[in-house]
Design a protein around this ligand. Structure first.
Ligand code: FER
Length: 245
């Protein structure tokens, strides 16, 4: 199915939990930079969410997976617009009791920002290895470890072929106020051996969130190559504890 964000078709998949019930919570699940909704860790986390009795809505964001848009033209503003549209779609579904946002890496950053913007309708956030240093690094002239002049942004950022507008947009975003604005419960999961997003960012975000909880996966990578089951256990357990409260 497609959810349309002002003419941009976003490939999306809605799945209900196995134990059929009339109404249940729904978790929107968002992949990372260069990712898509069929990645191993996205599928595994989504399944764990359904095992906790919640529906999942996986979405390919602008310029990714089978959604419209060119990768080279994607920006965090476009992803935020997509996220707001998907949230509004999810809120329109009759069966949905509560709405949660889960996202990996750049998708984790997206749910941190969108969760703050829509805080009144979001019951909790699950940022997985959130890449929330992207805006600060864009201001410093760093992108995925590569350096550039932040005041003379290249037209194209090799080797990913990203347009310079990705950086211009990222430079405007302030994550700390978004963290401070969100007062609901937040579960952050992060591998201590993450080669893309240093684990210290997860520690700082979890401390800064009013109701932050942190699960570290010892030695694991950005996409949980070694202990994906620890990630799924953490997410399932957190949602089950929310349901039992
Ligand atoms: C960056 C660091 C991390 C970056 C993107 C990421 C585009 C995101 C990684 C992911 O979503 O897996 O500097 O720049």
């Amino acid at each position: 199915m497609f959810i349309t964000d002002d003419g941009v078709r976003l490939n999306a998949r809605l799945e209900l939990p196995a134990e059929h019930i009339d109404r249940c919570p729904l978790v929107i699940v968002i992949h990372g930079f260069t990712g898509h909704m069929e990645e191993r860790h996205i599928l595994a986390v989504s399944q764990a969410i359904r095992e906790a009795g919640c529906a999942t809505l996986r979405v390919d964001m602008y310029g990714h997976g089978h959604s419209d848009g060119d990768f080279s033209r994607h920006t965090l503003f476009k992803w935020l617009s997509n996220a707001l549209t998907v949230i509004d779609y999810a809120r329109s579904l009759e069966f949905v009791t509560e709405l949660y946002l889960c996202g990996h890496s750049q998708g984790g950053l997206t749910v941190m920002l969108a969760g703050a913007m829509k805080h009144e309708s979001i019951s909790g956030l699950i940022p997985l290895s959130p890449a929330w240093m992207i805006p600060a690094e864009a201001r410093e002239g760093i992108l995925l470890g590569e350096r550039f002049d932040p005041d003379r942004i290249p037209e194209t950022l090799a080797p990913w072929g990203l347009g310079g507008n990705y950086v211009r947009v990222a430079q405007t975003i302030r994550v700390e106020p978004a963290i401070d604005r969100y007062q609901g419960p937040v579960l952050i999961v992060h591998g201590t051996g993450d080669e893309t997003v240093p684990v210290e960012y997860a520690v700082r975000a979890a401390e800064r969130y009013r109701r932050g909880e942190l699960v570290l996966i010892p030695g694991d990578t950005h996409c949980y190559d070694f202990h994906l089951e620890q990630v799924t256990d953490a997410v399932r357990g957190w949602l089950l504890r929310r349901a039992a409260r």
